[in-house]
Design a binder for this molecule. Structure first.
Ligand SMILES: [Zn+2]
Ligand SMILES: [Zn+2]
Length: 212
């Protein structure tokens, strides 16, 4: 089974999640935007074996620590979807613009596409491509645990911004409706910022996507 622990990192309080297989303790870190010391202390404390970095998208608060962590630990980088290459190319510029420490460059070991799976110990997680906030945004879904790590696609009571280059409101709404809702109302999602919620709750109460 999949377990996870979420640690808010960076000045943007981005929800970086450690996910692991409870049988093998193989772990992946989703969106290491920063706070690498905190993350690695948690890995140590729980006795996990860090095996990969998974990225939902390449905004600085999600991807800023990726290059350094991959280099120091020799980890493969899974994702995001190739639509975010231009955001990876602009990491240095993003760091300066938002006052982040300089981000090390990186190249994904494996780009992800809709329908892919990524393995973690004895379990695996499905990848869905959910463009709209960024063109190459993906989410990580574990049906057995009824959990989905959605980055900046959907929040409790809100949705991702679409006013950045490559963002598109209609595309984002379609991603939510066609790729998140079918995972089921009981599925709990871990957003890139703020508290967890369920898809059912957002379908009923979120003013941006209610009734879609
Ligand atoms: Zn973002
Ligand atoms: Zn974010």
């Amino acid at each position: 089974m999949l377990r996870y622990h979420t640690i808010p990192v960076t000045a943007f309080q981005q929800n970086c999640s450690l996910v692991w297989c409870d049988e093998t303790l193989d772990a992946a870190v989703i969106d290491p935007g920063g706070g690498l010391d905190l993350l690695l202390a948690e890995v140590e404390r729980r006795g996990l074996k860090l095996t990969a970095i998974w990225l939902t998208h390449a905004h600085i608060d999600h991807a800023g620590g990726t290059g350094q962590l991959a280099r120091e630990r020799g980890l493969p980088i899974m994702g995001p979807h190739p639509g975010d290459q231009f955001w990876i190319d602009q990491l240095a510029q993003q760091s300066r613009m938002f006052g982040f420490p300089p981000a090390e460059d990186f190249t994904p070991t494996r780009w992800l596409a809709d329908g892919d799976t990524v393995a973690l110990g004895h379990t695996e997680v499905s990848v869905r491509h959910c463009p709209g906030h960024t063109p190459g945004h993906v989410v990580f879904h574990h049906a057995g645990a009824q959990r989905c790590f959605v980055g900046d696609v959907l929040f409790s009571g809100s949705i991702g911004r679409t006013d950045f280059p490559g963002g598109d409101h209609g595309t984002l709404i379609a991603s939510i409706r066609e790729r998140l809702w079918p995972m089921g109302d009981d599925t709990v999602f871990i957003p890139g910022h703020g508290p967890e919620s369920s898809f059912g709750r957002e379908r009923r109460q979120n003013p941006y996507v209610r009734g879609t």
